[in-house]
Write a protein that binds this ligand. Structure first.
Ligand SMILES: Cc1cc2nc3c(=O)[nH]c(=O)nc-3n(C[C@H](O)[C@H](O)[C@H](O)COP(=O)(O)OP(=O)(O)OC[C@H]3O[C@@H](n4cnc5c(N)ncnc54)[C@H](O)[C@@H]3O)c2cc1C
Length: 836
């Protein structure tokens, strides 16, 4: 055999063994066979190496080592135990709160992406968007009715308050109890239905959406439903479902924002009098702020740290029992609540609450005495699911509404005799808006379906929270630019300002975005989603050393073969440009994207694994790297959702352009996130290795070409199925008296009148018709036979509608004085009078 052939065969064997994650003994057999062939060929004189006996002998050392390591007891003594002890010595103990955060929620499709070899069937097994007949009727009935009732300007500006009739309607129709089971008087709707209902309301009014969202996310209702005592369930749930109780959830305080677990709000177990009897209870003090619905709440879900210094509760734990959640009536003596913050121009109630040394009985703790100290776990569990629903639903709906209104406005508004949407400069922001609307809705639908079937995907929920809100923020900025002054000046006919003002709230709540991106998604997420890392850490922390060592051996062995497989797999798929990436069955039209996604997942698995292995405990402080890796993982997840949505929608022909737009940009952003990680990786040899494996021929994904953006925008600048599909499930008004209704009608008319308008414009350009104030240029054009009488009527109607759509509100100065000025002035005057 010729030498080059031999070496080529060896190389192929190494790739095959590594990529197939072959066991150690197979590596030993392969190496022994190669050594044997090499030496036999040398004997036969085929190879021109010198016949050097010592070298021949030494060549068997790796074979013996590998063979030895294949024998479990030998491997444990010689290799695994020293590594185990070393890691055990340096590994910081995972704190109880960290452990609870890690244990909370489930691992989902994120783990497939971390594995480098995603199982597409798992993605396809997630149900498409489905609603029961009752849920659908609720979405089309009371939800649409609520949207019609809402006067956003009145709420946001005139009253700076959600009016009573909206509260009444919401309570009467059960909106506040969507997540409460039917058994307890709620609607018992699926996560998918809740997400769509919230989204539809959000497309009309962020304030009303918040009012409905808060009782249906992390808070008393959900916590009682999942952890409450039978008595608490029986008493509170029906009352919450009917809106007889208005809940709020008090976690954040002045010193405990993102780091909520460090709260200084503390309760001491003690004895005290309640309803005339001496009972065991808690004396609690707290200082909370930013609490949504707080000013109107009747029931506070309060999180505080519980101490039992006198060991009154017979618990086998230290004096600090941990974070506990209790239900406190807002009118309980000593509770201060009702003052308001003014969050970013929004009108939903939000404010502080505080108390000092208030006594509450033990049975006000959610779940009673047995749940003391379980608060953090309860919160983390609920957050893992809730974060997948609330903000992703409003961000998807927001992106869809922005697209619907912006495409209409871009078609109706003309400058330089051209609809502004047809100018290339505006095509760019519009194409980005198309992409965000498609991606946000795709990921919202897939994730809500996962939650509906019982998953609590903690890493995915973090991705959804920060990605969907960030993307919506980008769309908002694009929409503002596109609208020019019309978007800037607020008033009843401004359809952007409500979302623009509410956006920072979405960015901040449920884990502020920077923290969620740079810490939660990857730095903590890697531990959850990595196939072996968490197992290794758990093994090192096992109090039973022998059991720990055996578990560590299994996890470590798998980890090494996983790393090798990623290294060779990534390199292989990069030098072959992904053409061998795994594609699921029936992937017509999407095969290329699946292939590239597979390749990207291999690259991500390699870089993520090496980053975790090399940086270890230092990962939490390397937030620029973990932030980029979070972005890379997000792109993989979002593109997976895009492909699934396209398939679930039945692969509509026109949508393929939009899918291609999303896929190309998604892969490009993925590549840039990974490139940034590698370029800034602090350990040079690892950086070189990563670069060689991931970018052997450099970075070659490019952003979507201009023609694709043009095609996507062209599809949505006309009324029709593509625009409707891209903006599905939001509230669409066709009422000419409504600002967005008039916009929608003007848009339809503008497209219908296009041909007639061209004729008229030509005549104006030629000087045959004058278009100046004081003349009736439509009548003139009809008289000259340039357009028909019907076309003249249509253009006149369009002109009237357009004038309304482009009009900007103006007010008497007194009308726009903030409503709180008089009350605030009076209060300040009273305070200074009292001081005098
Ligand atoms: C309108 C509104 C409604 C709210 N509703 C409620 C409610 O109903 N109940 C409730 O309990 N709370 C509520 N909150 C509180 C909200 O959850 C907090 O504002 C949020 O947790 C952030 O805390 P903070 O504002 O104190 O910011 P900080 O914690 O001071 O954070 C400031 C910045 O630092 C970043 N940061 C912090 N730590 C890290 C880290 N380790 N790594 C990287 N970045 C980090 C954050 O991302 C942020 O950008 C609400 C807040 C607002 C504004």
């Amino acid at each position: 055999m010729a030498e080059p052939v031999f070496f080529l065969l060896c190389l192929i064997a190494v790739f095959a063994l590594a990529m197939q994650r072959a066991p150690l003994w197979l590596w030993a057999v392969a190496l022994a066979s190669a050594t044997l062939v090499w030496q036999t060929e040398m004997l036969h004189g085929e190879f021109d190496e010198p016949d050097f006996t010592l070298l021949q002998l030494l060549a068997w050392v790796p074979v013996v080592v590998l063979a030895g390591l294949s024998i479990p007891p030998l491997r444990r003594v010689a290799l695994i135990e020293p590594i185990f002890r070393k890691i055990k010595g340096i590994l910081p103990r995972v704190s109880a709160t960290e452990q609870e955060a890690l244990n909370a929620g489930t691992i989902g499709f994120d783990a497939e992406l971390f594995s480098g070899t995603p199982d597409w069937e798992k993605l396809r097994a997630v149900p498409a968007i489905t609603l029961t007949a009752e849920e659908k009727a609720f979405l089309d009935g009371p939800t649409a009715e609520l949207c019609r009732m809402v006067d956003d300007w009145k709420i946001r500006h005139d009253q700076h308050e959600i009016p009573e009739y909206i509260w009444d309607f919401v309570k009467k129709n059960g909106f506040l109890g969507m997540l409460i089971s039917k058994e307890h008087g709620g609607l018992g709707f699926s996560a998918q239905a809740q997400s769509l209902i919230l989204g539809k309301i959000a497309s009309r009014s962020p304030d009303v959406c918040t009012l409905v969202m808060v009782p249906n996310s992390l808070g008393p209702g959900e916590l009682i439903e999942k952890y409450g005592t039978p008595e608490q369930k029986e008493h509170f749930l029906p009352r919450l479902a009917k809106g007889l109780e208005v809940p709020c959830f008090s976690l954040t305080g002045p010193t405990s924002g993102s780091d909520a677990a460090t709260m200084r709000d503390v309760g001491y177990v003690t004895r005290g009098r309640h309803e005339g009897k001496e009972v065991v209870g808690i004396r609690v003090s707290w200082d909370k702020r930013y609490i949504t619905l707080g000013p109107n709440a009747t029931l506070i879900g309060l999180a505080f740290r519980l101490m039992d210094p006198d060991k009154i509760l017979d618990l086998d734990r230290g004096p600090d029992l941990g974070i506990t959640v209790a239900l406190i009536p807002a009118d309980h003596p000593g509770v201060n609540i009702g003052r308001r913050h003014l969050p970013s121009g929004s009108a939903f109630p939000n404010g502080p609450n505080w108390a000092k040394d208030v006594f509450i009985p033990m049975d006000w703790v959610i779940g009673g005495e047995k749940m003391v100290g379980q608060g953090w776990r309860m919160l983390m569990e609920c957050l893992a699911a809730g974060r997948s629903i609330s903000l992703p639903s409003s961000s998807a709906a927001g992106a869809k509404s922005l697209l619907r209104n912006s495409t209409a406005y871009a078609r109706v508004r003309k400058q330089f005799d051209l609809p502004i949407g047809k100018m290339e400069g505006l095509e760019e922001p519009l194409a980005r808006m198309v992409e965000v609307a498609y991606v946000n809705e795709a990921a919202r639908g897939v994730t809500a379906a996962m939650v509906s079937r019982g998953e609590k995907p903690s890493v995915i929920s973090a991705i959804m929270k920060y990605q969907s809100t960030e993307r919506m923020r980008r769309s908002l900025n694009d929409a503002m630019d596109l609208h020019g002054g019309k978007g800037v000046c607020d008033g009843p006919t401004n359809w952007l300002q409500a979302a623009y003002q509410a956006m920072p709230v979405g960015i901040t709540v449920e884990g502020a975005n920077i923290l969620t991106r740079s810490l939660i998604t990857f730095a903590q997420g890697a531990l959850r989603s990595h196939p072996y890392l968490y197992k290794e850490i758990q093994a090192c922390q096992d109090f039973d050393e022998e059991r720990g060592l055996y578990a560590f051996d299994a996890a470590f062995r798998n980890h090494v073969s996983f790393s090798l497989s990623n290294l060779f797999g990534a390199f292989f798929h990069n030098i072959t440009f992904g053409i061998f990436g795994h594609v699921p069955e029936k992937a017509y039209g999407t095969a290329e994207w699946y292939r590239q996604l597979w390749r990207a997942s291999r690259n991500f698995a390699l870089v993520a694994d090496l980053t975790v292995a090399v940086l270890g405990g230092g990962l939490k402080t390397k937030q620029k790297l973990t932030g980029r890796l979070a972005d890379a993982l997000s792109e993989l997840y979002l593109l997976s959702c895009v492909l699934k949505r396209y398939e679930d929608d039945g692969k509509p022909a026109n949508d393929r352009y939009i899918v291609a737009l999303c896929a190309r940009n998604g892969l490009f952003h993925f590549q840039e996130a990974l490139r940034g990680t590698i370029d800034n990786f602090p350990v040079a040899p690892v950086r070189w290795l990563m670069r060689l494996a991931v970018f052997p021929f450099g970075a070659h994904y490019k952003p979507a070409p201009d023609w694709l953006g043009h095609k996507a925008v062209e599809l949505v600048l006309v009324p029709g199925e593509v625009r409707d599909r891209l903006t599905r499930y939001i509230f669409v008004s066709n009422d000419a008296n409504d600002a967005t209704g008039a916009l929608e009608l003007a848009f339809v008319k503008a497209v219908a009148a296009e041909a007639a308008e061209k004729k008229l414009n030509r005549a104006i350009r030629d000087g045959r018709v004058q278009r100046v104030h004081g003349t009736d240029w439509f009548a003139e054009a009809v008289k000259l036979g340039i357009i028909t009488a019907a076309e003249g009527d249509m253009l006149r109607e369009l002109e009237t509608l357009t004038a309304r759509v482009i009009a900007v509100d103006h007010f008497e100065p007194a009308e726009v004085r903030p409503h709180y000025m008089t009350a605030g002035h009076n209060a300040r005057a009273a305070r200074s009078a009292a001081a005098e």
